[in-house]
Design a protein around this ligand. Structure first.
Ligand code: THU
Length: 131
């Protein structure tokens, strides 16, 4: 958890959030070639606001692009007064690629909340829905 939180804080430090000023970091615990690996992500904003990518998806895409296909946990870090839960788009992709992993949101004040992805996205649309 310490390593995962450190990755989330590192993501927060690297956030590209010039438009909203809301920095988000994510740490994703994965397995690559049978070995544990941790990936960090930050939100990346740009002048076309709608093309912004959240920290959670950046961490996930980094991991997928490095060959990770097995995931065990995610930590989201912000300095907001309340912990920051993942947005709807991130919930969808976390469910599809990571399954029912625990997602912990933590803020600078030390407040923490953990959910399972299935709890964040009940009755999800996924590959089974396409049958
Ligand atoms: N954001 C994330 O990176 N993750 C979340 O879970 C919520 C929102 C980002 C997107 C945008 O850059 C900023 O926070 C404000 O919405």
């Amino acid at each position: 958890m310490d390593e995962l939180l450190a990755a989330a804080v590192k993501g927060w430090e690297n956030a590209v959030a010039a438009y909203s000023g809301f920095r988000v970091g994510a740490g994703l615990q994965a397995v690559v070639n049978g070995k544990p690996a941790v990936f960090s992500g930050c939100n990346v904003e740009n002048a076309t606001y709608g093309l912004t990518v959240c920290a959670e998806r950046v961490a996930l895409f980094k991991a997928l692009s490095e060959g990770a296909r097995e995931f065990t946990a995610m930590v989201i870090y912000t300095t907001a007064s309340e912990v920051t839960p993942p947005c709807g788009a991130c919930r969808q992709l976390l469910w599809e690629f990571c399954g029912d992993i625990p997602v912990t949101a933590r803020n600078a004040g030390g407040a923490e909340k953990t959910w399972r992805v299935a709890e964040l996205l009940p009755d999800a649309f996924d590959r089974n829905s396409l049958k």
